[in-house]
Design a protein around this ligand. Structure first.
Ligand SMILES: [Zn+2]
Length: 395
């Protein structure tokens, strides 16, 4: 039982208010709220108040965060990176439990209180990365809510054991079923998707498929995914990560796919990369498709880039989409707040009474300024307790 009153903050840049937190939840928000007897009081200093930020697509288990710099000299293709990673993990004795915990804590210091991470399963590591990520998920309980997707990075078909390990991961409490480029990686899209959707049905868990496939190939895979989503009645249970194909195919074909996605509430997770075509945020929003944001891998053997900072990612989404107006910058924040909560299925989310008290205070006048300027996090409250001050963890 704990009570905390945050004084003088501006929720989403609105009027100054006080926020009363009781037992980990927002009890009330109002201008004239007084502190109950025994409550701790925290001055907000007129800061902009945001809900806890959400990382919708990352790979905690791959990261080299907290370890010496990884010297990247890898070939240009996706398969080069996949094979290099499998070699490097063994040679460098990569510790996915320690690295994922370091990275999760860095995210929390910057105000991320919910996260969806994909954990690798392949014939070299079996369940090891799933188990390591589950340890991090357990260690962060009460501060950060982490969803783990069982992710077949090297494919499923022709990868001995992977389908069984994915089944076992879900049995042990993985939160979602992953998949990857059904045509390009497995070269057998029907069998790949039969395994993915079979597991989703068996365990009633959401699906989140990495779809990097370009143009017509990606559109074909997407069509197969939508067909299965509809047939199995999985409305609101499927995410397409990346969906690069929607950035290049003919506009009429794109719009037809978006219409089906909207109808079945199939979401898109975007990292808004500079190097790949991405579906336009404005077009997706107009079509009624939920788009949310993620870093993808951070400082791993795939990429030196990325920061455990979802305001920074929102800024990249805004840049990649050419967003300038204040209301448009609000869309970018939506990608790492409400849309991500909706897309990943995080409950009790937001700045209203009854929601989990996950709050971020920053020195900015408006939401648009926060996205464009990425100010330091003055205070982070997670599950009702003060978790970080000035970007430094206290919890
Ligand atoms: Zn990814």
């Amino acid at each position: 039982m704990s009570t905390l009153l945050i004084r003088d903050v501006r929720p989403m840049g609105g009027e100054t208010a006080n926020v009363l937190i009781q037992d980990g939840k927002i009890a009330a928000i109002g201008t004239a709220l007084a502190a109950p007897a025994g409550a701790a009081i925290e001055p907000g200093g007129g800061a902009l108040l945001l809900p806890g930020l959400i990382e919708g697509h990352t790979h905690l288990d791959k990261s080299n965060w907290g370890a010496p710099w990884y010297r990247n000299a890898i070939g240009p293709s996706r398969l080069d990176r996949i094979n290099n990673e499998r070699r490097w993990r063994t040679e460098a004795a990569h510790d996915p439990a320690a690295r994922s915990l370091d990275l999760a804590r860095a995210f929390l210091a910057n105000g991320t209180t919910r996260m969806r991470t994909h954990a690798d399963i392949d014939p070299d590591i079996g369940m090891a990365h799933i188990e390591a990520t589950m340890r991090t998920r357990d260690a962060m309980v009460g501060l950060m809510e982490i969803q783990i997707v069982a992710f077949p990075q090297s494919g499923i078909v022709g990868q001995p054991g992977v389908a069984d390990w994915m089944d076992e991961a879900l049995k042990q409490g993985a939160d979602g079923v992953g998949g990857i480029d059904p045509c390009e990686i497995d070269r057998d899209p029907v069998e790949h998707l039969n395994v993915v959707f079979g597991l989703a049905s068996k365990y009633a868990r959401p699906v989140d498929i990495h779809l990097h496939e370009p143009g017509e190939m990606g559109a074909f895979s997407l069509d197969l995914i939508l067909e299965r989503t509809e047939a199995l009645g999985l409305r609101g249970q499927v995410t397409i990560s990346h969906a690069f194909c929607l950035g290049t195919i003919a506009l009429s074909a794109r719009d037809a796919l978006l219409e089906r996605m909207a109808r079945m509430d199939v979401r898109i997770a975007t990292t808004a990369p500079a190097s790949n075509p991405v579906p336009s945020l404005a077009v997706c929003r107009a079509a009624g498709v939920t788009v949310y944001g993620g870093n993808d891998g951070i400082r791993d053997s795939w990429t030196p880039h990325g920061r455990p900072d979802m305001l920074d990612r929102a800024m990249h989404i805004a840049l990649r989409n050419g967003l300038r107006r204040d209301d448009e910058l609000g869309w970018a924040l939506d990608c790492v707040t409400d849309a991500a909560a909706r897309g990943c299925g995080f409950a009790e989310y937001g700045l209203t009474p009854g929601c989990r008290a996950d709050l971020v205070l920053v020195a900015a006048e408006t939401v648009a300024e926060a996205v464009a300027s990425v100010p330091p996090r003055r205070l982070v409250i997670a599950d009702g307790q003060i978790a970080a001050r000035g970007g430094v963890l206290t919890a």
